[in-house]
Design a protein around this ligand. Sequence first.
Ligand SMILES: Cc1cc2nc3c(=O)[nH]c(=O)nc-3n(C[C@H](O)[C@H](O)[C@H](O)COP(=O)(O)O)c2cc1C
Length: 955
Amino acid sequence: MLKKVFFQLHWFLGITAGLVLALMGTTGALQSFQPEILRLLNPGVLSITAPAGAVPLTPDVLRERVLADMPGRRLNSLTMLSDPTLPARAVFALPPPPPGQPMRRGELRWVDPYSGKVLPVPRGVGFFETVRELHRFLLAGDVGKQIVGACAMVLVFLSLSGLYLRWPRQVARWRAWFSVSPRQKGRAFLWNLHATMGTVALLCYLLSALTGMYWAVDVYRDTVSSLLGAPQRSAVRQAAAGPQAGGGANSGGADAGGPGAGGPAAGATNTAAPNTTASNLVASNAGAHNGRVSAGDASTAASVRAGETKPAAPGTAAQNIASSATATRNGTPRAGQVRSANSPPAAAPPAPVTPPPISLDQVRAQIIQTAGEIDTITFALPARPDLPLQVTYLDANAPHDRATNQATFDASGTLRQHQRYADKTAGARLVGSVYPLHTGEFFGLPGRLIMMLSALGLPVFAVTGWMLYLDRRRKARALREARGVAATTGPDMPAAAATPLLIAFASQSGTAERLAWQTAHALQGAGVPVAVHSMAGLDLTMLAGFRRALFVVSTFGDGEAPDAARRFARQVMSQTPSLRDIGFGMLSLGDRSYAGFCGFGRSLHSWLTAHGAHTLFDTVEVDNHHPAALATWQQRLAVLGVTDAAPWQDQPFQAWTLSAREQVNPGSQGSPLFHLVLNAPQDVQASWQSGDLVEVLPRHQDDEVATWLRARALDPQSPGEGGRTLAESVANSEWITGLPADADRDTLLSRLQPMRPRQYSIASIQSDGAVHLLVRRSEHEAGFGLASGLLTATTPVGSTVNLRLRAHPGFHLTADNRERPLILIGNGSGLAGLMAHLKTRVAADETRNWLVYGDRNAAVDLPYRDQLMAWQAQGSIERMDLAFSRDQPERIYVQHKLADAATELKAWVDRGAAIYVCGSLDGMAGGVDAVLHAVLGSDLVDALSASGRYRRDVY
Ligand SMILES: Cc1cc2nc3c(=O)[nH]c(=O)nc-3n(C[C@H](O)[C@H](O)[C@H](O)COP(=O)(O)O)c2cc1C
């Protein structure tokens, strides 16, 4: 039950959030190597070739040259990197925005560290800016951010629920976890790809979602920050917004920055210098003000995008934040490091004397003296010389780009505050690592690569998830269409419908069920409300709730009820209720070649009438699917208002190509058994599920018929039935086995029967791409069996046979049974039906399978031996019992194996197992049934049948 709920939630959330997640994955992956890509695109700007023998300029000279190159501009910050191939960076202040307009960021430009020349704006930054905006906001501002946050939460749920849903029984078996194989096709391949990739990438998705939520979900961020002892965003916001927050400690730490925000400076936890106000602090660009992460280096390079922010109140810290253009180690700045300090702090006290600017050379020397080798240093230049200088730097051996240190120098160049990354609390360091964790950079290049690949996996999930979903829908629709009506009481019924008419079916191999639904469809078309029920669940109370009922039942075994109606036959039909208020009609399917023709229908009829039910019309008995009897049934329905007498259409037969044939039991004492592969015609989209059948329409080979007729001294060209020659009549008829060699033409004609299709269980599943059959050639005195001869002997490989798929709902692996352990029992060619179920189970990684199979000799009579052994070896078949009847003096059959394993049988059924039996009715099915009754008790066996946990496809 829980699994079902998780499954429903998983697919629902998956298909709703899937597309956004795919977009986030793609855009995330695109950004993974953004610095490298931009550098490749912009040689001479983002990667510098040092002139021979040249050394980079010192900070003071660089500042001077930059200002000389951009006369009239104010420099907000300067970043220098130790890598000689990377440019320095300068952020220039922008003019203040018109009143009421949001504050704008500074303009970031790259600078040649050897000449101090400001370099041209690099190419490609606009593209990456858009990619980043898509990744974070879906280009839809705050609404987009909320959606991204929700989708990140969904990703956490999908990862964990996916793990739960695919959790293999045999956890220790690695193959159970990584079950995808290129040999799989269709749904199995999609499912396995989805599950295996999900498992492989699980940690990456959890990591990227849990870190991504940090920027997208404010509450989450605040909670995490407070749990880790880092300042909450709201506190940051307040500090940034409050006028004159000076004097107190302030933090615009990396926690305030968005992904890609801030760079080293973003980590600054500022303890303000005495005369500093919060407004002067180097704050992380981002959210301190508005929760929105400012744009990446990309945007800043090209000049300034208007802040997406709400306008800062004059005099607030946000407006006055000194810019920082902190650099990442790799030399390409990250998202939105820049916020313009475009006007001097309104509230700063006027400086009586203007001291000369602090020497950046000295500041850097001091830092190197204190901290050792450094990688990157950013000077956040104060708006006025009397204000302190903020410096952010990265140690040469820093673990990642966000492991920044901050220092504050007062106007005299004295170091006032020094906050080392290593001295931060573990929580603050973790908060500072959120971004590198998100990108994988925390784990170096392998981490970035893995995160990029897992991000690229998200679109694959979206596609496979959608394909699986559409496949499910298509199957559900096909089933509904097969049923003909959408539900037991269809949607287009008169609203104030009276008590619906009951249509109860009892079917072994699906014909009665199909006809019941067709009947329901016809009645619905005539405006008659109907309720369709299997007799498996029908009891007296339900029956008494109807005034009119139609029973569509077949007979099985030896004049008995089909399995699903056994309980009804035994328990309900042994009672003596009054059924006087019920009028009923009956369509009874049978076959005259059985002694108890329509046995179950007849006993049901007797029971109903014996207890007062009256007939609405004469019962229609169908011998062997005879079309005339079905037409009669349709006419009978006129009593109930059905006027449309168009004959019910069966699926047409189609020319399937026999592509391969191989005898699987050479040397067997039994008749030859063949594995056949059949392909649908090009234009036919064949669809079936395990348990289904094919029907083959046999037609005798002309030369064979001619020989057979001549052997009886009959002229093949003499007149036969209905204007056909005798040869044609025989070719399209049942094979008349046992007809004596001296039979005359009239005897022959009197015994010709209408052609009846032969049914075979399908041994393959749809992902195999073809129908596989396991067909035993039946050999008679007069030749081969009609259809089996056609399939196993007379049709050359490469030629076609007339075939159609036939749903066999009675032997389906229902949704309920898919979740259960399965006991698969069969013999001979019955292995076909069991193989299809096993394939379904293996594809779904369901290993609680117990196979009990038997034939004559172990050496030659185990079809699909390699496949079965491989499944057993890999744990896909938990238990396998093989019974070879002729390998020892006494006969041992599957029922004996089952009886020997009575304790386990009981245990499996107690654990909820379903039992599927496929193979011979004579001997095997009866023997197995007897063992089940003996071991489990008849009540339980009946209950299993009625609830669909005991299903048989026996013949
Ligand atoms: C193994 C087996 C046993 C059958 N036994 C009988 C029988 O005893 N009496 C009868 O009239 N028809 C018998 N039939 C014929 C079926 O009732 C007939 O094929 C019917 O159309 C099947 O309908 P269903 O697909 O709804 O089960 C039997 C068919 C099979 C395959």
